[in-house]
Design a binder for this molecule. Structure first.
Ligand code: C5P
Length: 403
């Protein structure tokens, strides 16, 4: 199933570099074409000759080699690939990627590419746990770079902990999964809501909530990644706009509803936004002064976007998915919510204090349909998004690429 797929393997200088030899062999067994780029440090661990012999292609490495640039410029190198995989990814190359440094062929290609990138980190546990590495990884994840592992285990340096590179088999599986999902939702239109809403009290104050938009943005990314023509209607967040997605930024629930209605008709709607249930009945034109007694705030209910989309008559998306953020008794509360809202599926999660769901990087959800409840293990929000997008593709009878 990797027939005719072109993988650009970027090898950086870590002790796990030898594992890329096995990976190349396995990729080629599955029909992929593999081309390798080595950093200078990588050549201390594996030789260009062995990589060249296994990949059946020449190996690239020196940015300033005129022959390389003549035969295959670094831009062309990145454009020619279907997927870029950094194996192993050292703390150093992850830092250079996060900063956008392009000081050798490997990092130049990574900066020049518009293709999907995966990284398989490999480093000492202390380097892995360092705040700098954590921050770099967070930047890379936000740019939709897929991070594979690392695992925990004995390290070459004699220590034990997280930082061991995932095995070649696991990397192969991630690569296969990527191509499996390629284009599964092509031809379908999707609408996703994400983030909080801001409901003004006066020009400086507002009612909002702790939603980070991470889950909603990840869902838009996953749907677009599988080929759906995707519109993301989002409240104010710190998230980067996903590439290939039409992003509409709004502040209030009423603006969100209007933007959603304008985006119809769509085949799919996923309402992941944490819409404020109430807004101030009247928002003041001028900043409310602190003098005198505290003002009293009169609230009124906001429109329910999920319910509106679920009951949109002829314009109703074929599949409407809502979220239910609950504190305790999650499933028991979410099941009737699905019926109340009139949506097809509800993704329910626990946002109790201590779960870190709001703003965190992971999520543990239950997928509730008319006929079933599935509890998924705790996963990164990206993985939840991909799993949900796969369910959606199944629902539309869009089979994965033949294995
Ligand atoms: O009723 P509750 O807020 O728990 O419902 C959550 C679900 O409803 C989420 O999918 C959320 O995006 C959606 N919702 C909405 N408009 C509202 C309130 C919630 O779309 N005003």
């Amino acid at each position: 199933m990797l027939q005719n797929k072109r993988i650009l393997l970027i090898v950086s200088g870590g002790i796990a570099a030898y594992k890329c030899l096995e990976l190349i062999r396995r990729l080629r067994e599955h029909g992929a074409a593999v081309r390798c780029v080595l950093t200078k440090a990588a050549t201390e661990f594996v030789t260009p000759l062995s990589l060249s012999a296994l990949s059946g292609d020449r190996v690239y490495g020196d940015l300033f080699s005129l022959t390389d640039e003549h035969e295959m410029g670094h831009i062309q190198l990145s454009r020619d690939a279907d997927l870029l995989v950094v194996v192993p990814a050292t703390a150093n190359i992850l830092a250079r990627m996060a900063q956008g440094i392009a000081d050798d062929v490997a990092t130049t290609v990574l900066l020049a590419t518009d293709k999907k990138v995966m990284v398989a980190p490999s480093m000492n546990v202390r380097m892995w746990e360092h705040a700098a590495t954590t921050a770099n990884l967070s930047v890379l994840r936000q740019r939709d770079i897929q991070v594979l592992g690392p695992n925990s285990g004995d390290m070459a340096c004699g220590e034990f902990g997280e930082g061991r590179m995932v095995e070649p088999d696991e990397i192969l599986r991630a690569i296969q999964d990527h191509f499996l999902d390629d284009g599964r939702l092509t031809g379908l239109k999707a609408l996703v809501t994400s983030g909080p809403t801001y409901e003004p009290i006066d020009p400086v104050r507002y009612i909002a909530n702790r939603s980070s938009g991470k889950q909603g943005h990840a869902i838009a990314t996953a749907l677009a990644g599988m080929g759906a023509e995707t519109t993301l209607v989002t409240g104010p967040t710190q998230q980067r706009n996903p590439s290939g997605v039409d992003v509409i930024s709004i502040e209030t629930a009423r603006e969100m509803l209007k933007a959603c209605e304008n985006a119809l008709p769509t085949d799919i709607a996923v309402c992941a936004a944490a819409v404020s249930d109430w807004r101030a009945e009247e928002s003041a034109d001028k900043k409310i002064k602190k003098e005198g007694d505290p003002p009293s705030l009169s609230l009124t209910e906001n429109p329910d976007i999920l319910r509106t989309l679920s009951n949109a008559g002829n314009d109703r998306p074929q599949l409407v998915v809502g979220f239910a953020a609950e504190t305790g008794d999650v499933i028991a509360k979410a099941v009737p919510k699905r019926e109340r809202k009139g949506c097809d599926w509800i993704v329910a999660n626990d946002v109790s204090t201590g779960t870190d769901t709001f703003g965190g990087d992971t999520n543990q959800v239950h997928l509730i349909t008319a006929t079933s409840t599935e509890s998924w293990p705790e996963m990164s929000k990206q993985d939840v998004a991909v799993a949900l997008a796969r369910k959606i593709a199944d629902q539309f009878n869009r089979p994965a690429a033949a294995e």
